[in-house]
Ligand binder design. Structure first.
Ligand code: ARG
Length: 274
């Protein structure tokens, strides 16, 4: 695989600074309200992630952080867009509900925005592979997004949606257990999925890069790739080696503070697909 030259494609992303980031409630197993967050460090790490993306030639839009929405830094959860159409988010927990509105405002002008009926957490549970089977959406359920939202997303976006059942509460969003490495190839941690979903993934993606539990625990699957450069956090050393062996260029960034909320690189970055 490493013989193939992996070509980057210019991307447009949306991020939201951790200006009001704290861990004041616990809605996933990583969140511990008794351990204080270093807000200054969180902002410094976030800024470095943003600069890493712009230095690679990508555009990054920034959404204003709002007081009272401490998880807003996880911008991936706010919506899911494919070819200029946006399928809006509807959060599982009331603490995050208002984030969907802030994202909707961002899309107001140039996008076709659809309000969801069903609970779904945007790119946290949806991934898009433009060159796999003519354009395929992978969707997770089991903890946050409702399976009914998968069918709804398919109707809104006009792309086949493959439903995958997540079974480990530590990997409560699809993007903690699976990532697109380029337009047709994925990496995933099999044990995060039900046996039958693992079978579906093996059938559709025989060339996937398989990650193990240690990679998932290090949030190594929570990566952003431009098709060549794979941005992942510094803890995910072994995952970096795996993507390098597959011909990609790992780019490590320190994101220790965001892990306190149960997220890393991908959670902080929504890809906009005009
Ligand atoms: N504290 C946030 C939550 O539990 C973290 C979200 C992480 N985002 C992601 N795309 N996985 O909702």
């Amino acid at each position: 695989m490493s013989q193939t030259e992996r070509l980057p494609r210019k991307r447009t992303y949306l991020m939201c600074p951790p200006a009001h980031f704290t861990v004041e409630y616990a809605i996933n197993p990583w969140m511990d309200t008794s351990v204080p967050v270093d807000a200054g460090l969180a902002l410094k790490q976030w800024t470095l992630l943003r600069d890493t993306l712009t230095d690679l030639g990508h555009s990054v839009h920034v959404l204003d952080a709002q007081p009272g929405l401490p998880d807003m830094v996880y911008a991936a959860n706010g919506a899911f867009s494919v070819d200029g159409t946006v399928y809006g988010a509807r959060f599982r927990f009331p603490q995050r509900a208002a984030e969907a509105v802030a994202h909707e405002h961002f899309y107001a002008d140039d996008w076709k925005y659809t309000h969801p009926v069903h609970v779904n957490e945007g790119e946290g549970d949806f991934a898009y592979l433009p060159e796999a089977y003519g354009g395929l959406i992978l969707a997770g359920y089991g903890f946050r997004t409702e399976p009914a939202a998968h069918a709804e997303a398919q109707e809104v976006l006009g792309r086949p949606v493959i439903s995958l059942r997540l079974v480990d509460p530590a990997y409560y969003h699809l993007d903690t257990a699976l990532a697109a490495l380029d337009d047709s190839r994925i990496t995933y941690f099999p044990d995060a999925f039900s046996e039958q979903s693992r079978r579906v993934l093996a059938q559709l993606f025989p060339d996937a890069v398989l990650a193990d539990r240690a990679d998932a625990e290090a949030f190594g699957l929570n990566l952003v790739s431009d098709g060549r450069n794979v941005i992942l956090n510094t803890e995910a050393v072994a995952m970096g080696a795996k993507v390098r062996a597959a011909g990609y260029q790992p780019v490590h960034v320190e994101l220790s503070e965001l892990k306190r909320g149960g997220g890393s690189v991908k959670c902080a970055v929504a890809e906009l697909r005009p």
